[in-house]
Write a protein that binds this ligand. Structure first.
Ligand code: FAD
Ligand code: NAP
Ligand code: SF4
Length: 696
């Protein structure tokens, strides 16, 4: 049975499940202060460390200060910066952020001053990448290359280990000089400290390797010597890898022994780390169940007496409160949810959690950007990390503006225009807002998209947008309506394709399946292996309800051992039998899915592989008849004996209305899919809608 707060909120019932605005005690455990001895945190919400790309250049620290200040104003109890290297060897990438010299302190003071001015608290994360360093200077306990970087690290000498500990301590002292409230020692996700802790990456036979007791000396000495250097009145968070999710990772007894030693060495708080970056189990993407790893932190409760923070896929106050109420942790960490909505804590405390812009864990504008060496932002909140540049100021003059289309582009545009003071009418031909998000939310593992629609429903109401549903806008109806300007956000039409038999009734579009619930047979070919082709394949092979809603079922499918009695917490994966036999096809060469997003594409590919989906590239579509779909692959003919074909062959802009309005002399702007359908996603749609609205 899934606890109610883990279920996707039905828009109708969501509001009823919360106390009204201003209620006295909302989420009492989440908003209980946490006494750390020398200081008290106002609540149990940690904004976890998240690399934004602004840490790397001194010239970006004003922007970073504005980013943190906005979140401090939002009421978060404690924040942690993105990882800062304690040495050049410890860089994640060349010229990444580091705090190694006294003259680096000034830029960090900008952050601490901005946060303290808003009444917030900020810790700096010290991250040594070890063999994950994407540069030729990387070091590690042993000379063993990681599977995710091209550089083989140099093995640290014994003196090198001592020097590295000294680097951590010096970095912590400089952080103290910069005015931080504390530091976080990054001991998880497979970075240097984690590399010392397992025989997988530590094959030394000196005082720093050989057995578990020697392997753990490195982190314990870092914490002990740091505490000595910074004194008692400074927070030290230790991020402890509680579930490595890699072969030959730590076992549970080693983890408990390490936690106790870290407490004895002087840490104030232990934060949870889940999975090395090279792990083949997803840990934060949207198809991971909410709070899907809080049970790991709970296992450590009672073993140490300092507070424990849990993390991963916690995005709503009901989930956080339940974790604290059930004793799984003392505090919850959320990074991306505060990127999506800096006012998350204040809204929750005021009993307005239905107003939270909920992180959908898509990674599209945050982690994917970081991997592309671009500045992070948020698909739902393009202002994230652009606070000083993308400003939503009051409009100089109130205009009467119509927005046609209530998909992501139109929703973002209409609500931002109204927030700025314009009179806005939002028109959609459908009976509900959301556009294609109404199809996306039906995909197993994309249940979070419901939350975005719930958020926008409230935002339209709060900003006073007039919403007209079930009305098809046309030039005639718009011409005499007195609008100063019209924004066209009418989206796309699915691309139709033609080959002999393609007009057969058994050839469906993805809209037939996701919007019109047309029946689909047991054997199906999907034409087109883009984002929608993959999503439709997942929809067809999964037995509802989705495994995302059930932690035990999900861990079984992905091979996570909830008993924690194997090294790394791994178990043989037991994927469920697929609901259908599916072929996923593309014309281009190479493996389908190669163009999916960096941090999530591998999860989609692994999911379909586990469900035995046949993925083929270099396909020519010849004809469809009673035998099935006739194709040639590299010139060789094949017949796929399928009952149905589903076409997911991309999209074309739906902009006929824009063309007519422009001809009629009405001032028109075009956004989202109506503007450019190729490679359109919701990130671009929302960004374009928001940016246009900020300027009108
Ligand atoms: P749409 O969402 O297409 O909205 C257009 C709206 O205009 C519709 O509501 C339509 O009814 C209305 N309209 C059209 N003509 C008229 C008219 N004449 N009068 C009144 N109303 C009109 N993107 C991501 O970034 N990440 C994902 O994970 C993701 N998953 C997806 C999964 C699926 C199954 C699908 C189908 C799409 C997914 N997308 C995803 C793509 C994303 O949904 C689109 O990029 C986005 O919806 C485009 O926004 P839009 O506002 O431009 O258009
Ligand atoms: P897409 O990513 O452009 O993929 C279209 C697919 O159709 C490709 O595999 C293409 O490959 C094939 N195709 C194109 N023209 C064809 C033709 N004439 N005949 C046969 N096949 C053809 O588009 P989409 O899948 O429709 O997705 C739309 C947008 O939604 C995407 O841009 C994506 O960003 C977004 N989306 C994102 C996610 C996500 O998780 N981030 C999920 C869903 C959708 P070949 O040309 O090689 O056959
Ligand atoms: Fe969350 Fe997606 Fe925004 Fe990242 S981009 S913060 S995952 S909603």
């Amino acid at each position: 049975m899934v606890p109610p707060c883990f279920q996707t909120h039905d828009p109708g019932t969501f509001i009823r499940s919360f106390e009204p605005f201003g209620a006295a005690m909302n989420f009492p455990r989440l908003f209980a202060p946490l006494d750390l001895g020398h200081t008290t945190l106002p609540n149990r919400i940690l904004m976890g460390s998240m690399h934004t790309g602004l840490e790397d250049k001194a010239s970006d620290y004003d922007k970073l200060a504005a980013y943190f200040a906005e979140r401090a104003r939002g009421g978060v109890g404690l924040m942690v910066t993105g990882g800062i290297a304690p040495s050049i060897e410890g860089w994640l990438a060349p010229f990444g952020g580091r705090l190694t010299m006294p003259w680096h302190v000034a830029r960090h003071r900008k952050l601490t001053r901005a946060v303290h001015a808003e009444g917030g608290k900020l810790c700096m994360q010290i991250l040594h990448a070890g063999r994950y360093g994407y540069h030729p200077l990387s070091v590690a306990p042993s000379k063993i290359k990681s599977p995710i970087t091209p550089f083989t690290p140099r093995a640290l000498s014994s003196r090198g280990v001592e020097r590295t500990i000294g680097d951590f301590v010096r970095c912590a002292r400089l952080a103290q000089d910069a005015g931080y409230d504390g530091i976080e020692v990054m001991g998880s996700e497979g970075y240097l400290i984690n590399q010392f802790l397992t025989a997988r990456t530590n094959q030394r036979n000196d005082a720093w390797g050989g057995d578990a007791a020697k392997r753990m000396r490195f982190p314990v000495e870092i914490v002990r010597r740091t505490r000595e250097a910074v004194g008692r009145d400074f927070i030290i968070i230790y991020r402890l890898s509680m579930l490595d999710l890699v072969e030959n990772g730590q076992d549970w007894n080693e983890i408990v022994t390490l936690a106790k030693a870290i407490e004895a060495a002087g840490a104030s708080i232990i934060n949870t780390g889940i999975g090395w970056h090279e792990a083949r189990v997803p840990t934060i993407v949207t198809s991971v169940p909410r709070a899907g790893f809080a049970w790991v932190t709970k296992k450590l409760k009672g073993e140490v007496s300092i507070p424990l923070i849990t993390t991963n896929r916690i995005n709503m106050p009901e989930v956080a409160e339940q974790i604290l109420a059930s004793g799984e942790a003392d505090m919850v960490s959320m990074a991306r949810p505060l990127l999506a909505d800096p006012e998350w804590p204040r809204k929750a405390q005021a009993g307005r959690s239905e107003r939270i812009n909920t992180c959908i864990a898509c990674n599209q504008a945050c982690l994917d950007h970081v991997f592309q060496k671009r500045r992070a932002s948020c698909l739902l909140n393009p202002r994230a990390c652009h606070e000083t540049e993308l400003r939503i100021d009051p409009a100089p003059a109130r205009k009467n503006i119509a927005v046609i289309g209530a998909g992501p582009a139109g929703l973002a545009c209409a609500s931002t225009l109204a927030e700025r003071g314009h009179a806005v009418t939002l028109i959609d031909q459908a009976s509900d807002i959301g556009g294609q998000f109404n199809y996306a939310k039906r995909i197993p593992g994309k249940e979070e998209f419901h939350e975005t629609l719930r958020y926008f429903r409230h935002r339209l109401e709060d900003t006073g947008v007039t919403v007209k549903l079930g009305q098809t806008a046309d030039a005639a109806s718009l011409a005499g309506a007195g609008h100063d300007e019209v924004v066209i956000a009418t989206g796309i039409t699915p691309r139709r394709i033609h080959f002999p038999g393609s007009d057969d009734a058994r050839v469906l579009s993805y809209l037939d399946v996701l919007a019109h619930n047309k029946p689909v047979g047991q054997r199906v070919a999907i034409i087109g292996a883009g984002g929608i082709g993959f999503d439709v394949a997942e929809f067809l092979v999964e037995h509802p309800p989705s495994a995302t809603l059930d932690i035990s079922r999900w861990t079984r499918e992905w091979g996570v051992n909830m008993q924690l009695d194997t090294r790394g917490g791994l178990a043989p994966a037991k994927p469920e039998t697929p609901a259908r036999e599916v072929w996923l096809l593309q014309r281009s060469e190479g493996r389908p899915g190669a163009r999916l997003n960096k941090t999530t594409g591998w999860v989609h590919r692994a999911t379909l592989k586990a469900k035995r989906v046949n993925m083929l590239g270099s396909v020519n579509y010849e004809r469809f008849d009673d035998q099935g779909l006739h194709i040639t692959v590299d010139g060789k003919p094949q017949v796929l004996p399928v009952d149905n074909i589903i076409v997911c062959a991309g999209q074309e802009p739906n902009r006929a209305l824009a063309d007519t309005l422009t001809t009629a002399g009405i001032k028109t702007h075009i956004i989202g899919g109506a503007d450019v359908a190729a490679e359109l996603d919701a990130k671009r749609a929302i960004d374009q809608g928001t940016r246009l609205a900020a300027t009108l």
